[in-house]
Ligand binder design. Structure first.
Ligand SMILES: [Zn+2]
Ligand SMILES: [Zn+2]
Length: 242
């Protein structure tokens, strides 16, 4: 065994790698470091009819192109592509964000890229920039990294689409959205972002990347700012949707 192999082996013994989908321990030497063999054979991507606006699976009483929510209100972004139903990646996302396992984001971005290849590759490669949803400096210090930046960095590496994490910045520290009602979420996030490099996005197509789409108020606020500053098209690519 080479030295780094031995190091990897010891690390795996001490901190066994767990599948980012089902949480099962992945045996050492497995080719895929992020997804176990069982899940690999059947990755639970969203594969039903979805709302053409927000990407959420349509329910039985939603027979139109759009879900009831997107029919009732204006979305500031052009279109959202969602990869997983939130429930199937909830535990993995929690470990990624709150146990500070930055590495898991790489596994998730590989799955996002695989999903893009299967479902919207032509549109995907048309974007000029990938832009992560920024977090406040204080939260970044606590967590050590911005989870959506990890996703974007790897997606950029895989696709060749440039990313810039200083196009959009956050100057307002907001309360965590998950404890709020839809109306409160909207007010909470209002004015949270500003565009820092407007010259870069003028007439450009931007793909915002986020990890969880709940009501959409965060990405809507971000899209609004990007459009206001000259972007010609703004879409969203989210790892999961509730
Ligand atoms: Zn698994
Ligand atoms: Zn919708």
């Amino acid at each position: 065994m080479k030295k780094n192999k031995i190091f990897e082996f010891i690390k795996d013994l001490l901190f066994p790698r767990k599948c980012i989908i089902c949480g099962e321990v992945i045996p050492f030497g497995n080719e895929d470091k992020y997804v176990c063999e069982t899940c690999r054979d059947n990755i639970p991507y969203i594969n039903v009819k979805v709302c053409e606006k927000c990407g959420r699976p349509l329910s039985e009483n939603e027979t139109d192109k759009y879900c009831l929510e997107c029919t009732a209100k204006h979305r500031t972004f052009d279109k959202c592509y969602a990869v997983f139903p939130y429930e199937v990646v909830r535990e993995g996302i929690k470990r990624f964000k709150f146990d500070n396992i930055e590495n898991l984001g790489i596994g998730f971005s590989k799955l996002m890229f695989d999903y893009a290849k299967k479902n919207f590759m032509d549109e995907f490669l048309n974007f000029d920039y990938l832009v992560p949803i920024p977090i406040h400096e204080k939260r970044r210090k606590e967590r050590g990294f911005n989870q959506t930046e990890v996703l974007v960095k790897e997606l950029s590496k895989l696709s060749g689409i440039p990313y810039d994490n200083e196009i959009l910045l956050r100057h307002k520290q907001t309360k965590p959205q998950n404890s709020l009602t839809p109306k409160e979420r909207k007010d909470n996030i209002k004015g949270a972002f500003f565009v820092n490099k407007a010259d870069l996005i003028e007439n450009k197509k931007i793909l915002i990347v986020d990890d969880i789409f709940t009501t959409g108020s965060t990405v809507e606020e971000a899209a609004k700012e990007l459009y206001k500053n000259g972007a010609v098209n703004v879409c969203v690519f989210t790892l999961s949707i509730t």
